[in-house]
Ligand binder design. Structure first.
Ligand SMILES: [Zn+2]
Length: 504
């Protein structure tokens, strides 16, 4: 990716670049944003903006990071083979398959029974096809900033493997997130089947309450929801009627609502987000049949889910929690229904319209890519609609830049959150945070050049969209006070679990 050299490299940048090179770090065209390398300005970016954007910490509004002790213990259960390929195994590996890598090669690449040093030979034939995708960009910047690897190849893979292992020691989460990626705190949507993780790092890894199971089934299963057995067990409530189920939903929010930052739904992977208003009298008999394991028709199943969606989101709103909704692109390969995805923005608008009753606030994650233009209109129009660029920078960097630029000149800037790594391995937040800072700086540079902002205004906007908006909206000061004293820690329950998404 070459940009015009409108802003020449200053002497100070030159010194930084030289220092990086002598330290054995390969030159990379984009520069760097970690704290030791603040001033290496990417080509084409306004030199007054870049250092400021580098210094602003991100509030990371969406992650799937597992606790550090789990990662250092039985992390392999969550991440396939625990070697350098972890860095390529979320989400970059999906581009490998899409580019034509056979499934057998794919399985070997991420297998713990193959020698890590022999694995580069499996990836190399596909490397040129994928290295310039946005997933690839994030991984390559991670290799550069975190491991000092400028180019991965058959020579450097051994160094990467060595450094991958060396980095993983107690305290590395804080080092990676705070010191290198400059992230103040994360908001984690746990991938275990429990709605929330009683994390050992509650201030660093703040938590969302996963609500999909309260109204639906696991995203890729053929089961009928809600997840009665799983969620009623911890609540110790015997569920026979719809009202019993309400008590289960209430229990989760009463127990965790004050500590959580938001509620989160991934239900858009399973169906469209067209939740009709279905009344109690209609849903009650369907729920009873569900409890008795009587087969439900597709129409009945949808009615039950729709009813429970509105119930659950009302409980979230009553606990002061915004509701994060997955929209747009599907992680993975060979199964996405774009016919469904294309309707996400229109149904997001309907959701805001009906959800205003009861004070529900919706955050649409991933900007409904590739239908992001319509999300500008949703956020501009609805006072309870917010958008989040989580994951978007590494799905399609250019589209996300265009979206941000369009958004900033169309919709209120207090309703956008600009970074969520969306990763399981903590290491990858480094590259993702870098490409997000790059995109934000590029957009602000253009807006200054085109006369929309002064440089000072651009920097003020950067503080809001990277940091202040999320701190205020998710009430982080209040949450921090509560989380400081919470008695959590990784439970035995969590230790035993396998990531149910691993096989994807
Ligand atoms: Zn996610």
């Amino acid at each position: 990716m070459q940009t015009t050299k409108k802003y020449p490299i200053s002497r100070r940048n030159f010194i930084k670049v030289s220092a990086a090179t002598t330290a054995g770090v390969s030159m990379f065209p984009f520069g760097s944003c970690n704290k030791d390398n603040l001033y290496e300005i990417p080509a084409g970016v306004n030199p007054a903006i870049w250092p400021e954007v580098s210094k602003i910490p991100f509030i990371d509004t969406h992650e799937h990071i597992i606790d550090e002790s789990i990662r250092l213990g039985n992390g392999e259960n969550f991440l396939r083979a625990d070697d350098w390929t972890v860095l390529f195994g979320h989400y970059f590996h999906h581009d490998f398959v899409s580019s034509g890598m056979p499934m057998d090669t794919y399985r070997q690449l991420f297998s713990s029974s193959v020698d890590p040093l022999k694995k580069w030979g499996l990836l190399e034939p596909y490397w040129d096809n994928v290295k310039h995708t946005s997933y690839g960009l994030s991984v390559r910047h991670t290799l550069r900033l975190l491991y000092g690897i400028g180019e991965i190849n058959k020579e450097s893979v051994a160094t990467l493997q060595k450094r991958y292992n060396e980095l993983k020691k107690p305290g590395f989460y804080k080092y990676v997130l705070h010191d290198v990626a400059n992230i103040e705190s994360c908001q984690v949507n746990t991938l275990w089947d429990k709605p929330i993780n009683e994390t050992e790092s509650p201030l660093l890894l703040m938590q969302d309450i996963g609500i999909s199971g309260m109204f639906s089934a696991f995203s890729w299963s053929k089961d009928v929801g809600p997840q009665i057995k799983l969620l009623s067990g911890p609540a110790k409530i015997k569920v026979k009627t719809l009202k019993d189920w309400y008590r289960v939903v209430n229990w989760w929010f009463e127990k965790y609502g004050k500590y959580a930052v938001a509620a989160k739904s991934v239900n858009a992977y399973r169906r469209n987000i067209d939740y009709d208003r279905v009344g109690f009298n209609e849903a009650d008999p369907i729920f009873s049949r569900r409890v008795n394991n009587t087969a439900l028709s597709e129409e009945e199943e949808k009615k039950l889910e729709d009813h429970l969606f509105w119930y659950t989101t009302q409980v979230a709103a009553d606990h002061g929690l915004p509701i994060k909704i997955h929209t747009g692109y599907y992680s993975g390969y060979d199964y996405m229904h774009l016919t469904n995805v294309s309707k996400n923005p229109a149904y997001a608008a309907e959701m805001c319209l009906h959800g205003r009753v009861g004070g529900r606030k919706f955050v649409f994650l991933h900007i409904a890519y590739p239908y992001q233009h319509e999300m500008v209109a949703v956020a501009k129009h609805y006072s309870n609609a917010y958008v989040d660029l989580a994951w978007a920078w590494i799905i399609d960097h250019i589209a996300t830049r265009q979206f941000l630029k369009q958004y900033l000149t169309a919709a209120p800037i207090n309703k956008i959150f600009c970074f969520g790594g969306d990763y399981i391995p903590v290491e990858l937040t480094v590259g993702h945070a870098y490409v997000a800072r790059l995109g934000i700086s590029q957009v602000l540079t253009e807006l200054v050049d085109e006369g929309y902002y002064s440089e000072e205004e651009a920097i003020e906007v950067a503080w809001k969209i990277m940091y202040k908006n999320a701190r205020e909206f998710y009430r982080l000061e209040e949450k921090e006070k509560l989380l400081k004293d919470v008695k959590w820690g990784t439970s035995d329950y969590a230790k035993k679990r396998e990531n149910p998404w691993k096989k994807y």
